[in-house]
Design a protein around this ligand. Structure first.
Ligand code: ADP
Ligand code: ZN
Ligand code: ZN
Length: 728
């Protein structure tokens, strides 16, 4: 018996790594964007209807099993974004679409929205609520309820254990409960806001001039200049018009702080945050809330760029230069670039904010595509920190610390001020070495050294996760005196504690900040003046505001200046500018000491003079002369296999066939900078072109043949294509 008599066929996108959609027989004409369940081989998969199939269905087509009409069809604008991403990054449509969907909605089953009951204050509640509760946060929840009914999920954002409390109040007759969400957007309410500085006022006014239609504005504001306050003012205006706002931030660790600030400013605005640490169900819930316009404000990391927002009125990207906006696996997209496309598509403004804008964005300003606005002073009026270089070639070092650095830390300790020692290495020491024969502990699976982690007494690879015990003697010569080489955060913490026994020291790196509450605890301790010295990695350079910090000491940054990556100087300059900007924010002149062996380097000289413009101009000129991005367009074909020869042979074959095709320049195959990773050998092919179209033409022509090429090299060969690679 056939399920359907009518011969409708539809094209369905599936989460499979194939470059096409699949035809199925539908029970009725289905709308585009409809989620369905279909048989695929022996499996059942979730699919999304992308269009009508062929008119006369061939007999072998199988019928759609279930139409998942639990949710409306995915919106057209969202599907357009997915199609664009698939087309631009030359990634299969189905796989792109399913990357953009939250995991929970990728499954072949109906979406069950959690019931989100609405609580409303009763007359009795209005009378008795005020005097009957003393806890300030409970009172705050009551105050919000006094203005408007609240959904449970919204109430939880104000008060984590709201469920219990609301039920208690219901028992007391203070609140009544209704089943469904109203979907009504409450009128905008504003929390307290500081008067703007003159510079901020000018920037806000300039942004108001491009309040409608598509525009891209770079807001270049030094750390602490009050960029966030500017976003908040613009966002308030957009929310007041009943529109939605998308705010992208680089780090999950930054979202709670920012969320709290937004919640404080927009106490009644339904808001969701979207990042990879949310549980599957929570993420889908937030995603659907944004889509159904039950959430007006969305804060998220790069994947949030794919949130459907039917009433989108403004996009803000904070720290636009940050590399975490680039996805490094699967669909290798840039959330910043997709957001700009989305703003154009929606005809709305987008604001890119940073203290250290990327060279791409600066080049777009110079070519007139992006508008430039600047905040050159700190909102608090505090002066920028003094930056001094310590030439370590002329200093005796104690585990990496120079006498001037130790003296400066000591001075701040006397003054009861907070210092930060910044080193971009977690672990105890980045290497373990034999002083007799020169042996270095290396990862058996990667072309990398093993890092010594002292608390666990283990050696760990930071690339593949391999770990092993510390050998009792040198495996090569038997010498038992194996020594740490270089400094990691653990070793610095140890050495600083020896120098300053009474100092309260906290280490901040991926090892200590694994728990969700890590940042909360740390920020609490800093606020209560329970810490004297922070030892930390790059994690500390990003966005966090440490009001009491007055000294920053930077160790071992020179490495980047020897790097083969053309981006290394740009990245290091941004990182050090950011970390230096942490010093002296609260009306205290900050001090930054950078230990280096290359004090004459242009990068350090620019840091001393706070010359962001000069140095980035220099880098841009260099890139232009050498024909590197942003003055060219690149695509990278990566290959990896158990043997390097296999990866290279595959690439060589393509090189031979394609290096004379089209107008893009194709470099010969190259082993990757880190050739071996997790037991696989890696190599790549790089295309470069002056115009994007030249690159696109050749990549589009090549793309359909890649699977065919790969087939000749066996199962062990894997390849991926990256458009606008971050690094080549
Ligand atoms: P940025 O995002 O540029 O680093 P923020 O917006 O976080 O800067 O502002 C830095 C600090 O200055 C914050 O503590 C903020 O509360 C404060 N601030 C910002 N704007 C003002 C203002 N107009 N008046 C007083 N304080 C302000
Ligand atoms: Zn040895
Ligand atoms: Zn490894």
């Amino acid at each position: 018996m056939t399920l359907f008599d009518t011969p409708y066929t539809v094209q369905v996108a599936l989460d499979v790594p194939l470059d096409r959609c699949f035809d199925y027989i539908a029970p009725a004409p289905l709308p585009i964007g409809q989620r369905v369940v279909v048989p695929f081989g022996p499996r059942q998969l979730c699919g999304v209807v992308m269009g009508a199939g062929s008119l006369e269905p061939p007999a072998k087509l199988r019928p759609i099993q279930t139409v998942l009409d639990d949710l409306p069809p995915l919106p057209t604008a969202w599907l357009d974004l997915v199609k664009f991403a698939s087309d631009y990054y030359l990634y299969p449509l189905g796989a792109t679409l399913f990357t953009a969907l939250p995991t929970r909605l990728r499954q072949p089953k109906a979406w069950q929205a959690k019931t989100d009951p609405i609580y409303r204050l009763t007359e009795a509640g209005k009378l008795s609520a005020h005097c009957s509760t003393r806890a300030p946060r409970q009172q705050a929840l009551l105050d919000v309820l006094r203005q408007q009914p609240l959904s449970l999920s919204h109430a939880k954002q104000h008060y984590p254990t709201a469920a219990k409390l609301l039920e208690k109040w219901r028992g007391q007759g203070w609140v009544s409960v209704e089943d469904t969400a109203t979907g009504e957007i409450p009128p905008l309410a504003l929390g307290p806001q500081p008067p703007l500085t003159t510079a901020q006022t000018e920037v806000v006014q300039a942004l108001q001039q491009t309040a409608t239609g598509f525009s891209v504005t770079l807001l270049h504001g030094i750390t602490g200049s009050g960029k966030t306050e500017v976003y908040l003012r613009r966002i308030a205006e957009v929310l007041a018009q009943g529109k939605q706002v998308l705010v992208l931030v680089p780090e999950i660790s930054l979202t709670p702080q920012l969320e709290a600030r937004f919640r404080h400013r927009f106490p009644h605005t339904p808001m969701v945050s979207l990042h990879s640490q949310l549980a599957e169900g929570e993420r889908a819930q937030a995603w659907v809330a944004a889509w159904q316009q039950q959430a007006q404000l969305v804060i998220g990391t790069r994947l949030a760029v794919f949130t459907p927002l039917p009433a989108l009125g403004l996009i803000v990207i904070d720290e636009e230069h940050d590399s975490s906006f680039k996805q490094q696996e699967g669909l290798r997209y840039s959330a910043r670039d997709l957001a700009v496309w989305r703003a154009r598509q929606t005809q709305i403004p987008i604001v890119l904010g940073s203290a250290t804008p990327s060279l791409e964005t600066l080049a777009n300003v110079q070519s007139g595509r992006y508008r430039y606005l600047a905040l050159n002073q700190r909102a608090s009026g505090a002066p920028l920190p003094t930056v001094q270089l310590v030439d370590v070639r002329q200093q005796p070092l104690d585990a990496g610390l120079s006498p001037p650095a130790l003296a400066a830390i000591n001075h701040r300790l006397q003054q009861h001020e907070l210092s930060l020692v910044y080193v971009n290495r977690r672990g105890y020491a980045p290497a373990l070495a034999c002083g007799e024969c020169g042996w270095l502990a290396a990862c058996p699976c990667c072309s990398a050294r093993l890092v010594w982690h002292k608390p666990q007494q283990r050696l760990r690879c930071h690339h593949c996760g391999h770990q092993q015990r510390i050998p009792p003697a040198c495996p090569s010569c038997g010498n038992v005196d194996l020594r740490p080489l270089g400094q990691g955060t653990q070793r610095l913490e140890e050495v600083l504690q020896q120098h300053f026994p009474s100092a309260r020291i906290a280490r901040i790196d991926r090892d200590t900040m694994q728990r969700k509450s890590g940042w909360d605890e740390l920020l609490g301790k800093i606020a209560r003046h329970e810490l004297d010295i922070l030892v930390g990695t790059q994690m500390l350079a990003k966005g966090h505001d440490f009001p009491a910090l007055s000294l920053v000491v930077v160790l071992n940054a020179d490495g980047a200046l020897y790097s083969a990556s053309y981006r290394a100087s740009e990245t290091l300059f941004a990182e050090l500018t950011q970390v230096a900007g942490r010093a002296g924010r609260a009306n205290k002149r900050g001090e930054v000491l950078i230990q280096t062996q290359l004090p004459q380097d242009r990068l350090y000289q620019a840091l001393v003079k706070h010359d962001f413009q000069g140095y980035t101009q220099h880098l841009l000129q260099e890139r232009q002369q050498l024909g590197w991005p942003p003055y060219c367009y690149q695509a990278l074909l990566r290959a990896e296999a158990p043997q390097l020869a296999t990866a290279l042979a595959f690439l060589e074959q393509i090189y031979q066939d394609w290096h004379t095709q089209g107008e893009a320049y194709l470099f010969p195959p190259q082993p990757a900078a880190m050739t071996r990773l997790a037991n696989r050998e890696r190599a790549h092919l790089l295309w470069q072109a002056e115009h994007r179209n030249q690159l696109r033409t050749v990549m589009q022509a090549l793309r359909p043949h890649l699977a065919q090429y790969a087939r000749a090299y066996g199962q062990g060969l894997r390849w991926s294509l990256e458009i606008d690679p971050w690094e080549a």
